[in-house]
Design a protein around this ligand. Structure first.
Ligand code: BYC
Ligand code: FE
Ligand code: FE
Length: 471
């Protein structure tokens, strides 16, 4: 089914057939646009950007490229199509047909999951608001805006579910999505990592590598939901998430590559002396972003997560590929615990450990990019290895909150952590240095000195294509 862009709200959910819902969403739309103008990409209103817009949800239609004026981007509502006779694959309703409407007894839980998911989307746009001013290239500027408009659409996806399935309190939650803001002292975003700053492009690449990857794992778990409209929204969102993570992985790759080039050309082991970002600083950024993203999975043992699972609302990553009974009543799963100065893994209820299992899937996946970045360093003949910090390092949620560990996983005192954190986390001075490199490069095909060119352009266009036209 192709999407009609002449409609006020493009959609593949037959919005025309439900006038009340259509009117409610049209009432929300001006507030959304106002939010985008005030807290979306700074100063971008007059730009023509080479964007990918979904014109339908099938394989051919969701990647249509053209120059679009940013405020004219059509945020629409797209759900992946209904799959014949889908059944719930886990929990106490296993084997029953999926729900097209919200089951009354799970209303509060579903609303909470949808609100938490929805809240992260505009938060990330707010966090990235100022980056356009200092883009390292037109190619990168375009990617930033692509990510931003899609996160805006992800908010639309969750707001649609709230409006369509939760009546008045759904509409109130949709309003509140535009009232909470990243970093706001009175009304912050719900999850802490979405209140942090994304002050420079190295942070942006880390964000899209690590934080959007949390999006991948959470969306994949919600794509298993017995509440079918949520599952189908998330399935379509996942197709876009892949590009966000590509921006992150290739972005860090290009920084690492440029750093190595500068080190070799200038025969130095500190790329800063050659105007690049030194490997130590890259490591500190990894330490920060990875550790705050581990918090996004919640506590190691969570009755919330156990309930969501048993109720059939949120599954595990690739639930149907897991070879067990999908009920987990008596199953065990290893979770970390602090015994004296050691972190040990002990058996716990697999149901209560659903968050921890997803975190482990995420950690494994995060390592893959690290391996690729390390190969670039090795191939350059440089003796340095980037590593993921231990799961206990710099944590704010769960077992490791309120205790202190080194990135290697050694328990230390709070005083020692305070004294040594300059070795592990970006300092004001590191941020100031990286920030000093952030100058806008807007000539087609040119790159800032601290980052290598991408291997290829977007949609087979050359690297020096005019991805953004300033008017
Ligand atoms: N910060 O029982 P627990 C994305 C709270 S990213 C602050 O373990 P649960 C994107 C928790 O709410 C994907 N608070 O929690 C990426 C609970 O509060 P109450 C976003 C936190 O529910 C980039 C208490 O601590 N989607 O899409 O099992 C760009 C006890 O915790 C945090 C989702 O997250 C935290 N980090 O697990 C754009 C999916 N962690 O009950 C977009 C929906 C926990 O004591 N969310 N708390 O008041 C969920 O499934 C769950 O809410 C969580 C938490 C997995 C996040
Ligand atoms: Fe998203
Ligand atoms: Fe994303």
């Amino acid at each position: 089914m192709s999407i009609d862009y002449s409609e006020k709200i493009p959609n593949n959910v037959n919005l025309n057939d439900d006038r009340r819902l259509q009117r409610a969403l049209e009432k929300w739309q001006p507030g959304y646009l106002q939010w985008w103008n005030e807290l979306g990409p700074d100063n971008s209103t007059s730009y023509d950007v080479y964007l990918r817009t979904a014109v339908s949800v099938d394989a051919k239609g969701w990647a249509h490229f053209d120059h679009v004026k940013m405020p004219d981007y059509r945020w629409g509502i797209f759900l992946a199509p209904v799959e014949g006779e889908r059944v719930i694959n886990f929990g106490q309703h296993k084997g029953e047909p999926v729900w097209q409407d919200v089951p009354g007894e799970y209303r509060a839980e579903l609303r909470r999951l949808i609100v938490t998911q929805g809240d992260t989307e505009p938060a990330s746009v707010e966090q990235q608001r100022l980056l356009g001013k200092t883009c390292p290239s037109l190619y990168d500027l375009r990617n930033l805006f692509q990510v931003n408009v899609e996160e805006g659409r992800h908010l639309w996806a969750m707001v649609y579910l709230l409006h369509a399935h939760f009546g008045r309190d759904g509409r109130e939650e949709a309003e509140a999505m535009l009232e909470r803001h990243s970093g706001d002292l009175d009304k912050p975003r719900i999850l802490q990592a979405f209140n942090e700053k994304t002050p420079d492009w190295l942070a942006f690449f880390m964000f899209t590598y690590f934080q959007d990857r949390d999006g991948k794992y959470q969306l994949a778990s919600l794509a298993e939901s017995g509440f079918d409209p949520l599952a189908r929204s998330c399935r379509f969102m996942l197709t876009e998430e892949a590009h966000h993570m590509f921006v992150g992985e290739s972005g860090v790759s290009r920084v690492v590559q440029r750093t190595c080039e500068l080190m070799n050309e200038n025969k130095t082991d500190n790329a800063r002396t050659a105007g690049g970002i030194d490997l130590q600083t890259i490591q500190k950024y990894i330490n920060f972003h990875f550790s705050i993203c581990l918090d996004l999975f919640g506590q190691e043992l969570s009755t919330n997560a156990a309930n969501y699972y048993t109720q059939g609302l949120k599954g595990r990553f690739l639930e149907t590929r897991i070879d067990d009974d999908h009920l987990l009543a008596d199953a065990a799963y290893q979770v970390p615990e602090i015994k004296g100065d050691e972190v040990v893994f002990t058996d716990a209820s697999a149901l209560n450990a659903i968050n921890e299992r997803l975190r482990n899937d995420y950690i494994q996946d995060s390592q893959r990019g690290m391996d690729r970045w390390n190969k670039i360093i090795r191939d350059a003949g440089i003796d340095f290895e980037l590593t993921l910090p231990h799961r206990s390092f710099n944590r704010g949620i769960g077992t490791f909150a309120d205790v202190h560990f080194t990135p290697e996983g050694q328990k230390i005192s709070g005083e020692e952590f305070e004294a040594r954190k300059v070795e592990w986390l970006p300092t004001d001075e590191d941020f100031a240095y990286v920030s000093s490199l952030m100058v806008a490069v807007t000539e087609p095909g040119k790159m800032a000195n601290w980052v290598a060119a991408p291997k290829r352009g977007i949609n087979n266009q050359p690297i020096d294509f005019e991805y953004v036209r300033f008017n």
